[in-house]
Design a protein around this ligand. Structure first.
Ligand code: HEC
Length: 190
């Protein structure tokens, strides 16, 4: 992963930040290339009858313990990245009752927002989402950006920043060829 030529790329991004309303209206389609986060992955397991949803939403486990739990499911259909994404989500989001009021109805349950939800919510008001989702970075680099002066004002808790980082470490670094044309504007050549 090469780093963007900062000044030029950033200036170009900032000139092209306003998404046309039509894009926002079709949100689901335009952003379909961004991989599912833990909330959606869990919803699919619930819908498929693979887990006892009442037990999952009420249980606190570490990331490693959740990973073990997910590996033990038969026919989960999850690949390694999805399993890791879901384990990180479950470790920071369960028990779900602790996130009351910050949930999205999924598979008939109120599930806490995941890193993808938070990225879409908080990371595209100043620049296009492409700036974020095409970067392949370490945890330190993600948290470093979010704690920079240009980002520290964003109204997210440290726990939410960690959730965003957890998701992006595993799911960021999307190739620009996989980003829809309308989201490539603004000189995002990396
Ligand atoms: C308040 C406006 C604002 C919001 C909201 C915002 N950004 Fe940024 N972002 C900027 C600005 C300004 C730059 C270019 C200057 C800089 O890098 O500090 C930038 C650049 C970036 C870059 C490339 C340069 C770098 O520092 O790594 C990344 C990656 C990034 N933002 C990630 C994020 C993420 C993740 C979020 C959501 C948590 C987010 N941004 C939300 C203002 C914002």
């Amino acid at each position: 992963m090469t780093r963007p030529p900062r000044i030029a790329a950033v200036a170009a991004m900032l000139l092209s930040v306003c998404l046309p309303p039509a894009l926002l209206a079709q949100e689901d389609d335009v952003f379909a290339f961004i991989p599912d986060g833990g909330r959606t992955l869990l919803g699919k397991l619930i819908d498929g009858g693979k887990v006892d949803s009442a037990e999952v939403v009420a249980t606190r486990r570490s990331e490693d313990e959740w990973l073990g739990f997910l590996r033990g499911l038969s026919g989960s259909g999850l690949d390694d990245t999805q399993m890791a994404t879901l384990a990180a989500y479950l470790a920071s989001s369960m028990p779900a009752a602790e996130h009351a009021g910050k949930t999205i109805e999924t598979a008939g349950r109120q599930l806490p927002r995941d890193g993808r939800d938070l990225t879409l919510e908080y990371c595209q008001s100043c620049h296009i989402i492409t700036v974020v989702i095409t970067q392949d970075r370490s945890r330190e680099a993600w948290l470093g950006t979010m704690n920079k002066p240009s980002h520290v004002e964003i109204d997210t808790t440290q726990a939410e920043r960690k959730e965003i980082a957890d998701y992006l470490i595993l799911n960021g670094g999307i190739s620009i060829e996989d980003v829809p044309e309308e989201l490539r504007a603004g000189g995002a050549t990396y």
